[in-house]
Ligand binder design. Sequence first.
Ligand SMILES: [Mn+2]
Length: 316
Amino acid sequence: MDLIYFSDFHGSHAKPPRRIDEDFVKTQISKLTEILDFACDNKVEKILFGGDFFHSFSPAFFFFHEVCKVFSKYRKKNPKLFPIESCIGTASHDLEGGAESSSVFSAIFLLETLEFFSFSRRLSFGDRLFLVKLHAHQELKEVHGEKFNEDSAKIYRFRILMAHHQFLPSGNFPFPGTDTQTFETFYDLVLCSHFHHPFEVKRKNTTFLNPGCLVRRRSDETHKPSFYVISLTGKGLEYKKIELKSGKPYEEVFMSEKDVNIEKYKDFLEAFKCGLVSQDFESLLKESMEYLKLNDIEVRNKILKEFEKLSVSCKV
Ligand SMILES: [Mn+2]
């Protein structure tokens, strides 16, 4: 049984400021179709999507329509791939504005009605797979309630948690979240999203996978757009990361680094502000800049300067 996992599509009609695509909508649609083509050509049984399908509360109607056209086409081609199993992540972004008033939320329910997405809390595939979803803004403790007792562990061969949650690869990265090293889990696999940078972490019997965002919107998102193929076989659980053929090299996607300005780091700084408690800022910054492959002294100084302002408001 093969599954596909991808996340953080962040679809939008509007091109992010630093992207240089001629046609950003086309770029995004091509990534969706590449994944769906792969699924059709490789006997994939289910597609799992980690959340953040749209980027904002209000996707433009024409963009929404483009997405529906793609899904309709592939549903005809391979009905078994639908609905796509999804976390409501739509997002951390979309739900923050208030679910009731959000047109994205309405759009998502429309998509669900059309059977493109399923947001059910959990599902099982025979005795092979038990999948639990942690939607955005659900507390981790809610899935702790899903722990397997010995009996259910005997029934289901594979246990997967798909979570639109800020799982982080290590304890010292200055973003707020849950360290994969400290999260007790009974799952074979935790499919992560929300944090847009890819990682693979193995802890005891659990593997944490994050393919990163499928569409790169911010210029610190330097990875190649990828998805995972997860195979559940008689031998066990295997996974493979596949880079999208349509994913262009970083330099062809974003404006050159010469155009760097402090605007680019606004989110980064905000994240810093939230993540800081009492850690040593200088070393955190150094580590983070290395992680984000930033080595521009001028940018570093600008961040430090900005931080001085921020530190006034975030001292605990
Ligand atoms: Mn996201």
